[in-house]
Design a protein around this ligand. Structure first.
Ligand SMILES: C[S@@+](CC[C@H](N)C(=O)[O-])C[C@H]1O[C@@H](n2cnc3c(N)ncnc32)[C@H](O)[C@@H]1O
Length: 203
């Protein structure tokens, strides 16, 4: 059988660190929606380690879906990957309520409108206690940006002027527009952050 698996060395490197946080943050079971699954390595690794979670991988690129399906072949708790553009006004085929949304490395490698749309969709689909977990590099007020992240930002902007590392305060503002607040910031290796967003509790 043709092996459609794409391979991202970065996804392989960061997976154990992200997984340790998911295991700490998430309850034993639930419905997961992954946005921008990319190769599918994260979906495969995390769903195997979190067997109580039903994992729905998605990606904007139709060509990514066979790779995701190949990585996840044989995993009973992974649904067939779906094409999902976060910018779509409705996220067709996605359960009305999910317990967590996970999105790694999309915010800085897409137009800013995608971050707004991610927050809008998470605000619409997350259950009351649900969590949005994002992972990647960010710019932070009052925190020196690592030289490697500055170089990465310049490289991204050269590839596409609409891309680039986002300021965490801007992402938080976009989240608050959809009722989400930053609950936790976890520093992970290679100057990446794992951010946990939750519904703002009524005063
Ligand atoms: C750098 S890859 C990250 C893949 C994977 N999450 C990881 O960390 O290895 C960025 C992903 O964002 C996806 N993406 C870009 N624009 C998108 C959009 N409008 N809606 C959903 N996904 C999008 C791309 O297709 C790509 O798979």
């Amino acid at each position: 059988m043709h092996d459609a698996r794409r391979h991202s060395p970065a996804a392989e490197r960061n997976a154990p660190h992200i997984l340790a946080e998911l295991q700490r943050l998430l309850p034993a079971s639930g419905q997961m929606l992954e946005i921008a699954s990319g190769t599918g390595q994260h979906a495969a690794t995390f769903s195997a380690a979190l067997p109580g979670w039903q994992w729905q991988p998605t990606d904007f690129e139709t060509e990514a879906l066979p790779s995701i399906a190949s990585w996840c072949a044989g995993l009973p708790n992974v649904s067939a990957p779906r094409r999902l553009d976060v910018l779509a006004p409705e996220w067709a085929g996605i359960p009305a309520r999910v317990d967590a949304v996970y999105c790694a490395n999309m915010i800085h490698i897409s137009h800013w409108a995608c971050t707004e749309a991610l927050m809008r969709g998470a605000g619409r689909h997350l259950s009351q206690q649900g969590l949005l977990i994002t992972y990647g590099p960010y710019l932070e007020d009052h925190v020196d940006t690592a030289p490697s992240n500055l170089a990465f930002d310049a490289d991204l902007k050269q590839r596409n002027p609409a891309w680039g590392l986002r300021r965490l305060s801007d992402v938080a503002k976009a989240a608050s527009g959809h009722g989400l607040v930053l609950r936790e910031r976890v520093a992970l290796p290679a100057n990446n952050l794992l951010l946990v967003w939750a519904r703002a509790q009524p005063a």
